[in-house]
Design a protein around this ligand. Structure first.
Ligand code: G6P
Length: 368
């Protein structure tokens, strides 16, 4: 068939391993030199974009977590209010919608019923509607004013992986582009981010060369009944995505918390048989995350940390560490998500789960 596993035991593992190539393809001709260019795809001018006063990003599942990561980039660059909503909630609330709203719908398939219904609502109220999807010719792509394609190739594994990184890339590029249109981003800042983005495919491939290091770690914890995932800032939605991957394919109970909330409840649950995955890259929130690692260890829960290469302190405190390369603070989610995906994959494999076709789940949820 046109779509095969390419020598991998599962589509999910194949798709995880395609993420460097997907990023190259997705960014491709949307980057010219050190500048982001969506002029052909969007045709917006500074004047036409000036009427946008609010941005809504609406999605389900993994697409929702990609949207939450991107929100944290966009709000630091754009002088426009941004909110991210779950499609099934958005569509039944009374959120102000009008011509001053840009509504962005993020959906791998472009067929998710709630996302489509949310789009129809926004459109009927006059919002400018944009889809970010892998589904060329999908229902969503046909109905919106603008489409930005992921160009990730077909994703067969029910648990989304390469489309998460693809969505993140399109959302980041779009954020940079909109910040430029608003006159809020200097070309130096743009150049710094673009240079970092262009390095990511190589850095993801470097992580993938070490993917088997996660196998013994996963096997060590594969019989756990519960997992916690902690992150702060842009790593907080990533903690949710890591927990979602584990739930989807291994059926283990996994919960994500903002690390700052640890003291407000979750810390009471900690015991020696509840592993805690902590996303602690070397960004401005690192010191706080490091304190969380110490706090969790003091309650005897094992810590599996995702940390930046060179962070030898983390090895002294955490039980297991997986290192990712150093990048700009804003770009860590692209790298940190990869070990989270692989960790969930190896746990599901150790438990003998049907990784590409997890029970009770559908690749796209076309019923409400
Ligand atoms: C289903 C899939 C998830 C996906 C979600 C949203 O639940 O199993 O992997 O994240 O739908 O799908 P979409 O196609 O709208 O991104």
């Amino acid at each position: 068939s046109m779509v095969d596993k390419g020598g991998y035991p599962h589509f999910m593992l194949k798709e995880i391993n395609e993420q460097g190539a997907v990023l190259r393809n997705t960014m491709g001709d949307r980057i010219k030199g050190e500048a982001v260019d969506f002029s052909k795809e969007l045709g917006w001018s500074q004047e036409s974009f000036a009427k946008i006063k609010k941005i809504h990003i609406v999605a389900c599942g993994t697409s929702y977590y990609a949207s939450l990561v991107a929100e944290r980039l966009m709000e630091g660059m754009l002088p426009i209010d941004i909110r991210v909503e779950i499609a099934s909630e958005y569509r039944q609330r009374s959120i102000h919608l009008g011509e001053d709203v840009l509504a962005i719908f993020v959906s791998q398939s472009g067929e998710t019923a709630d996302t489509l219904a949310a789009e129809r609502l926004a459109k009927s109220k006059g919002a400018l509607c944009l889809a970010i999807t892998n589904g060329l010719g999908s229902s969503l792509a046909r109905e919106v004013d603008h489409v930005l394609l992921l160009k990730a190739g077909p994703e067969i594994g029910v648990a989304a992986t390469k489309t998460f990184t693809g969505q993140l890339a399109v959302l980041y590029l779009l954020g940079i582009y909109m910040a430029k249109l608003s006159g809020a981003l200097s070309s130096e800042e743009e150049g710094r981010l673009v240079k970092g983005l262009l390095k990511l495919p190589y850095q993801i491939e470097e992580i993938l060369e070490r993917q088997e290091m996660l196998k013994p770690i996963a096997e060590k914890y594969a019989s756990s009944r519960d997992f916690l995932y902690l992150g702060r800032g842009r790593s907080f939605p990533l903690a949710h995505e890591g927990a979602l991957k584990l739930k989807e394919i291994s059926y283990i109970h996994a919960e994500a918390f903002a690390a700052g909330e640890l003291k407000h409840g979750p810390i009471a649950m900690l015991e020696s048989d509840i592993p805690v995955v902590i996303i602690a890259p070397q960004d401005s929130l690192y010191e706080k995350l490091f304190s969380n690692v110490v706090e969790v260890r003091a309650r005897k829960s094992p810590v599996i940390a995702i940390a930046t290469q060179g962070d030898s302190n983390m090895k002294d405190v955490a039980n297991d560490v997986f290192y990712i390369p150093s990048t700009d603070h804003e770009l860590y989610p692209f790298l940190a998500v990869v070990p989270l995906q692989i960790f969930a994959y190896y746990i599901a494999r150790a438990r003998g789960c049907d990784i590409d076709r997890p029970r009770n789940l559908a690749k796209s949820v076309t019923v409400e």
